[in-house]
Design a protein around this ligand. Structure first.
Ligand code: ADP
Length: 173
């Protein structure tokens, strides 16, 4: 759309060769578990050090660091909401995607890969989250015409299939 590509990929985000990968971080920007742990393990100690220097990121906000030993130049860290079942969850989740995309554009990055933010340890139901994620990305690309490539990297077959169905539904509307 708008000369940009949105692609769903099944795989491990730490292997993606894009300008930036997005980390589903926590507010303290600590290594932690899930995709965050995997990104820190693959990036090496330099990433944890830079995160310690930044110190904090609020829910829905995003910060950028170098990629260290990752095949990507940058990591954009965004903090998803812990699922509460309240209406505000979707707003915070949408802000994660929007603010990460804004940061990518501000830094002239052409390609960015997202994991499924908040749907692991933070408990956001995947189908609901997929609609928020995809709608936010599509709206951003329609409005801004960049970055050139946005990938959603889904770790399981089930997540991939749910995102695929949601995308098909959104496009056919
Ligand atoms: P959160 O705390 O935001 O819920 P998690 O890391 O627990 O973050 O989970 C977010 C999503 O990332 C989950 O769907 C999980 O399966 C997925 N995930 C875990 N490891 C990887 C990886 N290496 N690449 C891509 N996605 C991953």
């Amino acid at each position: 759309m708008n000369n940009c590509t949105l692609r769903l990929v099944k795989g491990d985000i730490t292997k993606e060769r894009v300008d930036a990968i997005v980390n589903a971080a926590n507010r303290q920007l600590l290594p932690g578990g899930g995709v965050c742990g995997a990104i820190h393990r693959a990036a090496g100690e330099g990433l944890a050090k830079e995160c310690r220097e930044i110190g904090f990121c609020d829910t829905g906000e995003a910060v950028i660091t170098n990629g260290y030993n990752l095949p990507t130049n940058y990591v954009i860290h965004t903090v998803g909401p812990v699922y509460s079942g309240r209406e505000e969850d979707a707003k915070y989740l949408s802000n994660c995607y929007k603010n990460s995309l804004k940061l990518a554009v501000k830094n002239n990055l052409k390609s960015i890969a997202f994991p499924s933010i908040s749907t692991g340890i933070f408990g956001y139901p995947v189908r609901e989250a997929s609609n928020v994620a995809l709608k936010t990305i599509i709206d951003f690309l329609k409005e801004n015409g960049k970055p050139e490539l946005v990938e959603m990297v889904l770790f399981s077959n089930n997540d991939f299939n749910v995102y695929k169905e949601s995308l098909e539904n959104l496009i056919s509307k």
